[in-house]
Design a protein around this ligand. Structure first.
Ligand code: GLN
Length: 475
């Protein structure tokens, strides 16, 4: 018994065809069955069962009192705080940290009667594209365990593909929801920057970070975004305008003007299998797509990595073993040595590399040459894309350069791995919404994905786009 949409679950609950406890048991058994995929860092099994019983009782007594997400069993990425639960951001640095409060998103899910089933494995502090930098070991691809799950929300994507929960909450700084969604064959949505509160998300690159949702079903994603989005006094970077509730509308996809970006779709690093599936998708859906030259293409990845490392070096300075995190027990002579030992022991290599790079681009003498330049480039990219949306309704792009890599393959060449982010970082640099739509791969069992991007605030339109796809393209 596997349900892929919240509406089906709620309809079955209404007809007494299942119970919330039965749903939880099904997901828990799938988690046990696929333990080797390493999608979860921790499963809240007993707690989920207990809450399911409580919610079943509430439903029996007063069905009208149920919150909008009753019946939704959800995983959260291990970088979202949940009161009295551990949260580690996949790092030894926080391996023993218990959060004293819940992220706004987590609290809103609970208040809406959802059940949190566990925390999912991810790259350390969300830095990576394969979920191999986690202190808890790599997540393995849901379709073929010899391949990576993608990252950094690899555990989240695998938890959906293997039906270990109905929906997964992830975070996306440069593609961390969409890329693992593509590698595992599920939907992965990054909303407009500023419509979902980041309070209680362990920050990586604060001007790029967005919390979003992975699932098999677009209406489920819409239902969850409607619960977690909207004003929050604890996040001052949120959009000031009220966030409207999303509605899935019916429309004819061929009526839209859609742009794709020449230098990206003709890039030599784009695998022919991805390009073929991308072209076929456009043809099968009868989309009206025009190629537009995007002269800033080669600056996307460098600008992203300069900015995210700069912001990470600042965000991660609080992990010093005194304010937060692992404290070294080595004997030391002074305070600086104490901090140095704690950070040396607590952080993994990728995180250290990015902190050093971030400090470098922010240091006197290099600030103007790197950090300021990257900000200027970001602003040029954003202006270009904003102007494009004056003429086009959507942008369509591949999500990744290829299918999921073999485990261990990408860590050999980190620059190659960074370059593979070229299709996803655009949405974060511009703060616009984007979704991965899974595609089947003609040449292999490993899935592929395409991405739809829209103007800021057009979250409902992107989700409607997906809901209007022909059956052949649906997840
Ligand atoms: N792969 C990108 C990085 O390592 C994106 C990660 C993310 O979105 N958190 O920065």
């Amino acid at each position: 018994m596997i349900f892929k949409s919240l509406s089906k679950i709620q309809s079955d609950l209404n007809h007494n065809e299942t119970t919330i406890l039965e749903l939880v048991e099904t997901y828990l058994s799938n988690i046990n069955k696929h333990e080797t995929n390493n999608a979860f860092v921790e499963v809240f099994a007993e707690e989920a069962r207990h809450r399911a019983e409580q919610l079943d009782g509430k439903f029996k007594n007063n069905p009208d009192a149920m919150g909008p997400l009753f019946g939704a069993v959800i995983s959260i990425k291990d970088n979202l705080c949940y009161e009295n639960h551990q949260v580690s951001a996949g790092s030894k640095m926080l391996a023993n940290f218990t959060s004293p409060y819940s992220a706004t998103v987590v609290q809103r899910l609970i208040d809406a009667d959802a059940i949190i089933i566990g925390r999912t494995n991810c790259d350390e502090f969300s830095m990576g594209s394969t979920s191999e930098t986690s202190f808890y070991g790599p997540v393995k691809n849901a379709v073929n365990v010899e391949h990576v799950a993608g990252g950094s929300s690899g555990g989240a994507a695998v938890s959906i593909k293997l039906n270990q929960c109905l929906a997964a909450i992830g975070s996306d700084t440069g593609g961390s929801i969409r890329q693992p969604a593509s590698f595992n064959g599920v939907l992965g949505f990054k909303p407009t920057y500023g419509i979902v509160s980041r309070w209680g998300l362990i920050a990586y690159g604060s001007s790029l970070d967005a919390i979003g949702v992975l699932s098999h079903d677009v209406s489920t994603i819409s239902d969850i975004i409607n619960v977690i989005s909207g004003q929050d006094q604890y996040d001052s970077t949120m959009l000031q305008e009220p966030v409207p509730q999303l509605k899935l509308e019916q429309f004819d996809l061929s009526h839209f003007k859609i742009a794709t970006l020449t230098e990206l779709v003709q890039h030599q690093k784009l695998d022919s299998s991805v390009k073929n599936s991308f072209d076929l998708f456009i043809k099968n859906e009868g989309l009206n797509v025009e190629e537009i030259s995007f002269p800033l293409t080669e600056y996307l990845v460098p600008a992203y990595y300069i900015l995210c490392c700069a912001e990470a070096s600042s965000n991660l300075s609080r992990f010093d073993g005194i304010r937060y995190g692992h404290k070294s027990s080595e004997d030391v002579e002074n305070f600086n040595q104490q901090i140095k030992n704690s950070r040396t022991e607590g952080f993994g290599l990728e995180v250290k590399k990015r902190i050093i790079l971030g400090n470098y681009v922010l240091s006197e003498g290099y600030y103007d040459a790197y950090f300021k330049k990257a900000q200027q480039v970001r602003s040029l990219i954003k202006t270009f894309i904003d102007d494009l949306f004056d003429k086009y309704d959507f942008i369509i792009l591949p999500t990744t350069t290829s299918e999921a890599w073999l485990l261990g393959e990408s860590t050999k060449d980190p620059i190659e791995m960074y370059l593979a982010d070229m299709y996803t970082v655009l949405a974060n640099l511009c703060g616009i919404p984007a979704i991965n739509i899974p595609l089947t791969n003609k040449n292999s069992i490993l899935p592929l994905g395409i991405q739809i991007l829209a103007k800021s605030g057009n979250d409902g339109r992107i989700l409607s786009f997906v809901s209007n796809l022909s059956n052949a393209s649906k997840a």
